[in-house]
Design a protein around this ligand. Structure first.
Ligand code: MN
Length: 292
């Protein structure tokens, strides 16, 4: 965890400070898509209170015939698995991050022994990825160290009912969105993420006609991947809220001023803004009521 902390200035980045969690054994799994100097997928497995981490430039494949290079990076703190947002430019790993997949993993055999031998077999139970995978350490001519950070591994799908071929084998293409926010890493990079908004103190207030409220839509079935919430559709009004200098203004979809019609909502939003003073304008299509 020392290597993790040494690389980051926690006064600047919103990433969590590194600490090792002792005593609580769990097997969290997460993949974060990270558009830094190069786009890559950070593959992380919880072990002994930290997240073991590998950078996978091409991301995972569901084809048993693909071997994806996975370069081990420094252990990350467990809390990092929730991190989504923009790492400020100029900082280590500067660029947007989304939580691309999350869930749990189950080692097959003793994972300490597997890590030591360079042969880690496990089963993933994520929202996007499931089934058996392997991490195999590359030996031989490579100049990379044999162990620890910068050591080279291959991430491989093992054969089971979750293996796929062709275009179906590339989940990062088919399912690009965050399992937390539903945003792509490009959208987070454009300042559409909450954490990113925290850093836009000097950004101008967007104009009303540049923002569309999120509306309900008819679909034939429930989404099969990703992170969704459901709510009962009351037949009410969708309202856009803008908060500037601690004052909230509310507008209908047609741009009509609703600020005085819903004073309770206006006051609650102003109060919320005061308690998160660094956030000048949360892009908010959240409304007190549901769409019509
Ligand atoms: Mn990364």
């Amino acid at each position: 965890m020392k290597a993790y902390n040494a690389k980051r200035d926690f006064d600047i980045t919103l990433e969590p400070p590194g600490k090792t969690r002792r005593g609580k054994a769990g097997f969290a799994y997460v993949i974060q898509q990270h558009d830094a100097t190069r786009m890559h997928f950070d593959f992380r497995l919880e072990l002994d209170g930290v997240l073991l981490s590998w950078a996978v430039p091409k991301g995972p494949s569901l084809s048993v015939h693909e071997q994806r290079l996975a370069v081990q990076t420094e252990d990350h703190p467990l809390d990092y698995r929730h991190f989504e947002g923009e790492i400020p430019h100029g900082e280590y790993g500067g660029g947007p991050v989304i939580v691309w997949d999350r869930g749990t993993w189950q080692p097959e055999g003793d994972p300490h022994h597997g890590l030591d031998k360079g042969h880690l077999s496990f089963v993933i139970d994520g929202e996007k990825l499931q089934g058996r995978f392997q991490l195999l350490r590359v030996r031989g001519r490579s100049k990379a160290p044999e162990r620890g950070p910068k050591s080279q591994w291959l991430l491989v799908k093992r054969d089971d009912e979750h293996a796929r071929s062709g275009a179906d084998a590339e989940p990062t293409q088919r399912l690009p969105r965050s399992v937390i926010s539903g945003k792509t890493v490009q959208q987070i990079g454009n300042g559409a993420g909450d954490a990113a908004c925290d850093k836009t103190d000097d950004a101008p207030m967007p104009s009303l006609d540049s923002i569309e409220p999120q509306l309900a839509q008819w679909v034939d079935g429930l989404p099969r991947a990703g992170h969704y919430r459901y709510e009962i559709k009351f037949d009410r009004y969708r309202v856009l809220a803008m908060i500037d200098g601690g004052r909230a203004q509310l507008h209908s979809r047609n741009g009509l001023d609703w600020t005085t019609h819903v004073p309770a909502v206006r006051d609650a939003l102003a109060k919320h803004s005061a308690s998160t003073s660094r956030r000048r304008w949360p892009i908010s299509s959240r409304s007190a009521t549901s769409p019509r």
